[in-house]
Design a protein around this ligand. Structure first.
Ligand SMILES: [Ca+2]
Length: 173
């Protein structure tokens, strides 16, 4: 195919058009022949930290704290053995769960009955920090897939750096 494209460059405009059609026909085949099996296909798409309303510790409140993971590929992703971890080390391990292509699963903190779209950590306490935390997703081999940070974490690092370089800066909230 590449040799015919090279030849086409030396042909007339009419022949070029014909060659372009040929080239376009050949394109999908070469595109599909470029596999990326190790590409991360799942990501943390949303986090509802700080359950809406007063944190009374009820199961209802715990379940309104959640993390969502989205599979952006067309293929199912087997999440069995994958982990979702907080900065404190609270770890949820997926158990025999497949996330379908182009779909999202919500992992609630409290108790509940797992479905295809909703999973439950069955925790009696909040997992995600209201002020700051990082949710980290790793696969069953412990390989980093994605993380999602919020709150003061990055500010704090900057703050510490600022204090280090400028000899104290306590004005930031
Ligand atoms: Ca709250």
């Amino acid at each position: 195919m590449s040799s015919s494209v090279a030849t086409a460059r030396r042909l007339s405009a009419a022949a070029l058009t014909a060659a372009a059609v040929l080239g376009a026909t050949a394109l999908p085949a070469s595109g599909a022949g470029y596999p990326r099996p190790d590409r991360a296909q799942a990501e943390i798409s949303a986090v509802q930290y700080d359950s809406p309303g007063y944190d009374d510790g009820s199961n209802r409140s715990l379940n309104r704290e959640w993390v969502e993971i989205t599979n952006n590929s067309r293929r199912d992703v087997d999440l069995d053995g994958w982990t979702l971890k907080s900065e404190d080390g609270d770890t949820y391990t997926f158990d025999r769960y497949r996330l379908e292509g182009r779909s999202t699963v919500r992992i609630h903190t409290g108790f509940g009955r797992d479905t295809d779209s909703d999973l439950y950590q069955d925790s009696r306490d909040y997992v995600w920090g209201n002020r700051s935390d990082t949710a980290t997703l790793r696969n069953d081999r412990g390989r980093f897939i994605d993380d999602h940070a919020w709150g003061h974490d990055r500010d704090r690092h900057h703050h510490d750096r600022d204090r280090h370089h400028h000899g104290g800066n306590h004005h930031r909230q």
